[in-house]
Design a protein around this ligand. Structure first.
Ligand code: SF4
Ligand code: SF4
Length: 318
């Protein structure tokens, strides 16, 4: 089961929800609860995909065991072979390589690493070299396997780092593994990459006009464009207006959990303490949230409504 926790808007409590959901599903947390769900036989895998500003580690405090540089393959020209024919520049859709007189210029910050220039060079004069844009760190936070991508300062392309983090960390069979992806805020390409392949997208919002505006955008991406099942967590419930409730009712989007505005939650956040540790009574509520997500996925599966979700979930053991 792959769950992406996202929010159209920053500051809605996305990481608070993702971290608490993961902590509530650990074996330790489940020991108090019998029977356990067979789906949850493994401890969760948590991936912080907010590579521009990862912050889940502040709450989960993982010990990192592995750190690898990652990036994209960019062209490097062998000028002994190059005839300056200009073919590489013609095929580059991103204007990342230019041939000027007797020079071939590569602009790494524009290159998407698509490889077209290398494939199309008639002289075989291009080879590819790794342009490091960030790191992937893997480790453990007690019984949670934790991974994060960290993009280097000044880099612009987050998607390749997120893609490589997912490829390295997510097992091929997730039928008995809960994977929680903590997406960046917004609805841009990094968020789409974090949602792609998920079985469910959990959208965290707040009941204000700003929250509603950005929730609509997130729904357009997750449900309307990617075809994924979605649900909403309303954080700071009670502030603002009823716009989010009315929108979700009209769009038939389930509100799976409400977290009231509570000073104790804000204090725990400011101290880097997860919600379920500061207020243990929330553990059960987050386990119920997981079960509601599981139910939504099952309904969608049984109705044959999967579009791009992980095929692994189709072998869910019940
Ligand atoms: S396509 Fe190859 S030979 Fe032609 S200009 Fe580019 S690098 Fe040089
Ligand atoms: S790898 Fe792709 S994006 Fe980069 S320079 Fe070559 S053609 Fe352009």
């Amino acid at each position: 089961m792959i769950i992406t926790v996202a929010s159209g808007k920053g500051g809605t409590g996305k990481t608070t929800v993702a971290v608490s959901l993961a902590l509530s599903l650990t074996t330790d947390a489940r020991n108090t609860r019998i029977p356990t769900n067979p789906l949850m036989s493994c401890n969760p895998l948590y991936l912080d995909c907010d590579v521009e500003e990862p912050n889940a580690a502040l709450f989960l405090k993982p010990v990192f065991e592995q750190r690898d540089e990652v990036g994209i393959l960019i062209p490097e020209v062998d000028f002994d072979k190059c005839t300056y024919c200009g073919r590489c520049a013609e095929v580059c859709q991103y204007h990342a390589i230019a041939v000027v007189a007797q020079k071939v210029l590569v602009f790494p910050e524009l290159c998407h690493g698509c490889g077209s220039c290398t494939l199309n060079c008639p002289e075989g004069a291009i080879h590819e070299v790794l342009n490091v844009t960030g790191v992937i760190e893997m480790g453990r936070a007690d019984s949670i396997t934790f991974g994060q991508g960290v993009m280097n300062v000044g880099e612009a392309m987050a998607v390749p780092i997120i893609r490589q983090l997912k490829q390295r960390a997510i097992p091929s069979d997730t039928s008995e593994q809960v994977v929680i992806l903590d997406a960046s805020p917004g609805t841009s390409c990094p968020v789409v990459e974090s949602m792609r392949g998920a079985d469910f997208v959990l959208l965290v919002t707040e009941p204000t006009p700003f929250g509603l505006h950005d929730l609509r955008l997130a729904v357009e991406v997750a449900r309307d464009e990617l075809g994924l099942p979605i649900g909403v967590v309303v954080n700071r419930d009670g502030v603002g207006d009823r716009g989010v409730d009315e929108y979700c009712a009209a769009e038939d989007i389930p509100i799976l959990m409400r977290i009231p505005l509570d000073r104790r939650i804000a204090e725990a956040y400011s101290e880097g303490r997860p919600l379920v540790e500061a207020l243990p009574e929330y553990r059960e509520r987050f386990r119920e949230l997981y079960e509601r997500i599981e139910g939504e996925v099952q309904v969608r599966y049984q109705s044959g409504g999967f579009a791009q979700s992980s095929s692994n979930t189709l072998s869910i053991k019940r």
